[in-house]
Design a binder for this molecule. Structure first.
Ligand code: FES
Length: 354
């Protein structure tokens, strides 16, 4: 069960004009709770005028060795989002020594290091979880290789430029790095311009043996992730090998149209071993119903992106507005995103503990 703890900010490093990396110190007694897999994220929360704001940020630091202690520090990347209540605060107001409320790690955009060839296509701040994935994999699996294709507007706006260059220096044979800048010509490397489906379909087989890639990690804005997935599917890559995490959902498709819902319905939820049954108010999501009664219900983005509100649907039927977090196997197994779910039956039972 995800929990918040206050953690001290050890460092705030400016990495581009509009982004910072925040490093937190994890006290010894909490290190097990903050043990994370490469690719996971953390939710941060703060209160503004009585309203709680939560945002999730991917961890960029390498994951701790399973045989050793949990992490002594955690580092996340934060890029300024226009009008973003949390990111503006992170960039302008947070200083080393401050304390922030940090949720324990969550997310299924992860890689368990095993030998083989892996690849990622990332855009903008999508590099953040992939930096953790690449550094963990290459450090732990001496025979693993990684092809990292990153797309950014300009070199100056590229997050973690130095960290990625350091990885390339450390593993010159095992890390293939390809950079595409959409708004700037490079002296070496690929021509500038957007990476769209057509370009990717030609580029990927020219860069690496597509059919030998054990896992594809796509992370960034909706358009890039969608285009890459389509290009890969067109190249015959199995869906099970493609992992994706989307940022900036606003550019995505509109939520599904409302379908007939019962006039009155109730949700029964099991959460941290305790259950309860409550009426669902018109228009609200099941997460909102549960939160009104159990403020400890897990969530972060409320936008169908982070997967923190995942619950198992024990009985009843729901309609999900949007889902950018659950894999097909998870929805087929019966998992739903509570923040996107609305009842289609008079009773719905959810289990947040499963
Ligand atoms: S809270 Fe993020 S997907 Fe539901």
């Amino acid at each position: 069960m995800a929990r918040f703890h206050p953690l001290q900010v050890a460092a705030v490093d400016r990495i581009t004009d509009d982004s910072v990396a925040l490093t937190f110190t994890v006290p010894a007694e909490l290190r097990e709770e903050y043990r994370h897999a490469p690719g996971q994220h953390l939710a941060l929360r703060r209160r503004v005028d009585g309203t709680e704001i939560r945002r999730t940020y991917s961890i960029c630091s390498a994951a701790p060795d399973p045989a050793g202690d949990g992490p002594a520090t955690l580092r996340v990347g934060v890029r300024l989002v226009e009008g973003g209540a949390f990111s503006a605060y992170a960039l302008k107001e947070i200083n080393a020594g401050d304390e922030l409320e940090v949720m324990t790690p969550a997310g299924r955009f992860t890689l368990q290091p095993t030998p083989g060839l892996y690849a990622a296509v990332v855009g903008g701040s999508g590099i953040t979880p992939v930096l953790s994935i690449v550094s963990t994999l290459l450090a732990r699996e001496p025979s693993a290789r990684f092809c990292l294709i990153r797309s950014d507007r300009t070199a100056a706006s590229t997050m973690f430029l130095e960290e990625v260059a350091d990885l390339k220096d450390r593993y010159p044979e095992r890390l293939q790095l390809v950079t595409v800048l959409s708004r700037e010509e490079q002296q070496a490397g690929l021509p500038s311009g957007r990476l769209d489906r057509e370009r990717l379909a030609g580029l990927l087989p020219a860069l690496l043996p597509v059919e030998q890639v054990a896992g594809w990690y796509l992370c960034g804005p909706y358009g890039l992730v969608e285009d890459t997935e389509k290009a890969l599917r067109g190249l015959g890559v199995d869906r099970a090998r493609i992992h994706q995490e989307i940022f900036h959902v606003d550019a995505g498709p509109a939520p599904a149209a409302a379908t007939a819902a019962p006039e009155h319905s109730t949700v029964t939820a099991l959460l941290d071993g305790r259950g309860g049954t409550w009426p669902v108010r018109e228009g609200e999501s099941l997460l909102e119903t549960v939160l009104r009664n159990r403020p400890d219900a897990p969530y972060a983005c409320k936008g169908g992106v982070c997967g923190t509100c995942r619950a198992f649907l024990i009985s009843g039927e729901v309609r999900m507005d949007r889902n950018f977090a659950l894999e097909t196997e998870e929805t087929e197994a019966g998992y739903v995103l509570a923040c996107q779910s609305h009842p289609l039956t008079e009773t719905v039972e959810l289990d947040f503990d499963r």
